[in-house]
Ligand binder design. Structure first.
Ligand code: KG4
Ligand code: ZN
Length: 378
């Protein structure tokens, strides 16, 4: 079954053609990051206007890559090759969602193809179901120092074993799910305020890395030499108490980081070295919390696998730490993570989710739902 998937919930415009939920036939992502850099953040109206311009070229390109033989129109290609459409209906920015939803509905009306509404946050975890996803081996590191994540080692037993704990960690969400099959998902907990990605993004701005987000923090933190410094844990690891077992909170951490920057500035210690050290500490604090909560959920539900997904799951330190912890405390559990390019927003996992868990609906009944709930139990 070939699904044409469309995604436009935030500042990306993406289209992909996915076969049977696992094989990527094409994937195109257009982003307006440069524009947001100029404005110091995502301006919803700017994002939606740019998406309006790029949505048709993006869809056309995704169909052209997948079918180079014919010189036919976008509609003919859909008519001849595509079994169903899939569209992100929420959660997200209303203007951005509307661009994708109305385009997809129009295509469905014109071509008569079925259309599957998709929850963006739940869909993130299905990036683990596509063929190029990784199994991160919990193997003995080569040396005591070496617990680095090895990106391209893919084990034979790639197939996800259930039950699994799934951590979706993105710019807007930090959620834990129990996954008992490809279809059966139960929400276990999530952030009560800011998402981990938001904490990375706001900190990146505080440290002068502009719109670079978590990737900029990761790059700076990498250059910090732990062995040359006496690192004192200055930042809190919020909500690690028993009562708030599977919930997260990152707003207090964000405030602590702000206070730390102010302290450094007023003591005239704001320089490249201290900024790099702070970036390291931020990455350590956020990833410590994510790892501890994930392992708590693993313990509580005795699962066979862990699935990482969402933009923050691209973070190498998070992967390394989980890999190391699994090796130390639960070596039988298999850690799955998408390749880096499938962690941040794209349409591949939208198509994969639609295949495994989606239900087609009449196009007339499909609407953009900016605050679509991510708390599911089914
Ligand atoms: O999933 P995503 O593309 O969009 C949402 O659905 O929100 O996630 C974007 C988030 C941003 O907060 C970005 O800073 C973060 O993912 N991110 C990272 C890394 N790459 C992207 N955070 C930490 N480390 C990274 N390498
Ligand atoms: Zn996302």
């Amino acid at each position: 079954m070939k699904i044409l998937a469309i995604e436009s919930s935030c500042d990306e415009t993406a289209a992909a053609v996915i076969e049977n939920g696992t094989t990527i036939l094409s994937s195109v992502v257009a982003t307006s990051h440069e524009m947001h850099e100029k404005y110091g953040g995502i301006v919803p109206e700017v994002a939606a206007r740019m998406q309006l311009e790029s949505i048709i070229p993006t869809i056309s390109e995704s169909l052209r890559i997948f079918d180079t033989t014919s010189n036919t129109s976008m509609y003919e290609r859909i008519q001849n090759n595509i079994d169903s459409l899939a569209i992100t209906v929420g959660p997200g920015l209303i203007g951005s969602l509307l661009v994708g939803v109305e385009t997809a509905k129009t295509i469905a009306m014109v071509t008569g193809k079925p259309i599957i509404p998709v929850n963006h946050v739940l869909a993130h975890m299905y990036a683990n179901f596509v063929n190029s996803s990784h199994v991160i081996p919990a193997a003995e590191p080569e040396s005591k120092e070496d617990n680095r994540w090895i990106p391209d080692q893919v084990r034979d037993d790639k197939k996800i074993q259930f039950p699994a704990i799934s951590l979706v960690v993105s710019g807007g969400h930090t959620e834990l799910y129990l996954m008992e099959s490809e279809k059966k998902l139960t929400w276990l907990g999530g952030t009560i305020d800011d998402a981990a990605g938001e904490c990375f993004d706001k900190t990146a701005r505080l440290l002068g890395f502009g719109h670079g987000g978590g990737l900029a923090i990761q790059d700076a933190a990498k250059t910090f030499n732990v062995h040359n410094s006496q690192v004192v844990e200055k930042l809190p690891r919020p909500m690690l108490d028993k009562q708030n077992e599977l919930n997260f909170s990152f707003s207090g951490l964000k405030t602590a980081i702000l206070r730390e920057t102010q302290k450094l500035k007023s003591a005239n210690k704001w320089n490249e070295e201290t900024i790099i050290e702070l970036a390291y500490e931020v990455e350590e604090a956020i990833t410590d919390v994510l790892v501890k909560k994930t392992l708590l959920a693993v313990e509580k539900y005795s699962v066979s696998s862990i699935l990482l997904s969402g933009g923050v799951s691209a973070n190498i330190r998070l992967r390394e730490k989980l890999q190391k912890k699994i090796h130390d405390v639960c070596p039988n559990i298999v850690l799955h993570a998408p390749p880096i390019e499938l962690c941040t927003d794209n349409a591949v996992y939208i198509g994969s989710y639609a295949f495994f868990r989606g239900e087609p609906m009449a196009w007339k009944n499909i609407n953009a739902i900016p605050d679509l709930s991510v708390e599911v139990s089914s």
